[in-house]
Structures are given as structure tokens and as C-alpha cells.
Design a protein around this ligand. Sequence first.
Ligand code: SAM
Length: 331
Amino acid sequence: MKLVDNYNRIHDYVRISLIDKCNLNCIYCNPSNYHIKFEKNKSILSYEELYRLIKILVRDLEVKKIRFTGGEPLIRKDVMKLFEMIYPLKKEFNFETGITTNGTHLSDKLESLHYHGIDKLNISLDTLNKKRFFSITGKDCFDDTLNSIRKAISVGFKSVKINVVVIKNINDDELNDFVEYFKSFPVTVRFIEYMPFTGNRWDDSKLLSWREIKSRIEQKYSLTEIESKGKVSKDYFVNGTNLKIGFISSISDHFCDSCSRLRITAKGQIKNCLFSSPSEFSLKTLLANQLVSDEVIADYIKEPLQSKWLKHPGADELTQMNQNNMMNIGG
Ligand code: SAM
């Protein structure tokens, strides 16, 4: 039984937020003057509830890919326990697993993550300048993130991607520095358009569209397009290097037609789109109750897909909406 919406889009990719807290205060995500009400730990899904949820997703709903995110997923207490718990499930149901992380708490977990079958790592890094890292994130962790990236490449994950949110007059002078720095590494650098969320002071003067980003890179490097039909990212080889680059164009050129993603917040609410409101009910009470059958829970997971919009609102409308930021949502 697949997860299908009213436009026949199959949802086989679920992003699960493990925690709604982050150790960084990135200006575009969690600006320090934007006060977020963190959920108490007991209101977020426990590891046992997450295990049950993942089992239902991969066994009953034909989900093929799970990505763990947050907040910062790797600051959750005893997080390795969860990956140990789901390892047998992964072997039985053969689904792909990934983590999106800021890399600050990653280095010492890399071998174990790889051993427990985590396939893909997306690591966020918006600048190659230590001082600027501090001004963007509010924390002095540049070396931790960069060291994690370098170590992750050597550990042997199926894929390592670097996520760079591009903001005009903040880091758009570094586009080619990223290409230069990573050109000998077998990684993908993904340039992400800056998206509006409540409290992040987005305005379109700060947006650099994917076409502008690409054209600036092409002033120095030649690119060959990689077939990316149905993918979130528009991908290119940087000719003569080991590097791939990608562009995530959520604002200037949405890719909703091929959306295959469903999100589950740390509290267990379902979001059928990054920009939509979360479902009112939480899966938590259902997952915690062994008297509720897995079949009933699978039906609850399917339900929000029936109201998924064909495409998300444009940037102007998004700035008027009262939506959570990426940290609360699970980016
Ligand atoms: N803490 C983890 C991390 O830093 O990767 C996972 C959560 S974070 C919210 C997930 C991704 O969302 C990161 O790559 C981050 O850069 C991106 N993100 C957050 N706010 C954004 C925004 N306003 N526009 C574009 N990307 C954003």
C-alpha cells in the first residue's frame, strides 16, 4: 500500500525530525531573537515510538528512503541507540537511510553510523570562513564541521553532500570558493535558495536564484548537466574535477510536480509539505498504545496526503503565512 496523494504523486521518502532543538542559531533558520517554544523531551517521539513508526513506513507503506533531521538530530541524547535499533529493520526491508546534520557532533559517530547502515550524509556548511561561520551560526564550531566533512568522505558513505544556503551579501561571494575547496573530493555541494520562514527576516533582495548562482559558477568552471528528472536538485558535474554540484530551487522554480516527500515532526505531527501546517493530531499517542493496530496508524499517516496542495505558495504568500521555521519542522 503506497502513500499516494490526490495528484498521484507517490510518497516513498519520509523525513523524520528527531528533535526540535539545535545547538546553532543560524540567521536564516533559528535567529536568536526568535523565541521558539521547545517541546519538552517527553512530548517528542521516543526511540521505541520511532522504531514502530519506521517499521510501519517501510513494511506497510512502501517507503524506500528515510532521512533523519531536526533541529540537530545528533545532539539528541543516546541517538546512536536509535540507529542500532533500526539496523535490523534496514536489513529486512532494504530501505535507504540518511541524516541531515550541521556536523558539529558528527565526527566521533561516523564509523558507528556507517557500521549501522546509514547510507547518506548531508552536512550543512554555509561558509569556508571561520569568522563568518560564527556570524552566521552564533557558534564557534567551524573546525568541527569541516573536520567532520573531511572524515566523512574517508569513511565510505554512499553519498556525502554539503548543503549551502545562499544569501545575498552574506555568503554569495563564496560560491566559487566552495567549488575550489571541494573540487578534488567525491562529494556534491548543493546550493540552496534562501527560503522564507517565520522570524527569519527573508526578503527577495536577499534571494539569489539558482540560475544566478549557476551563472556565477560558470564564469569560472564549465558544467555538464546530470539527468535529474524527478529529483529535488538540479545536478551538474564540474568538468575536470571529482565534484558534483546541485541547485535546490524551491523559491524560483519549485519542483512540487515530482514531490515524493512527507515530513514527520519531532512531536509526531505529519506535514505533507515543508510549507504546510502540521497535522493537528500527533502520531505519538497512537504509536505509544500497543492496543492500536499498525493498520490504524498507517491509515492516519495516509490521511494528510489527501489535502496536499499541487504546488506550494509563492515567496510573497509564504512571507505572510505564520509558519514554523525549518528547525521546528524538521528541515
Ligand atoms: N541541523 C541540521 C542541519 O543543519 O543540517 C538539520 C536541520 S536544518 C533545518 C536542515 C537544512 O535546512 C539545512 O541544510 C539548513 O541549511 C536548511 N535551511 C534551514 N533554514 C533554511 C532557509 N530559510 N532556507 C533554506 N534552507 C534552510
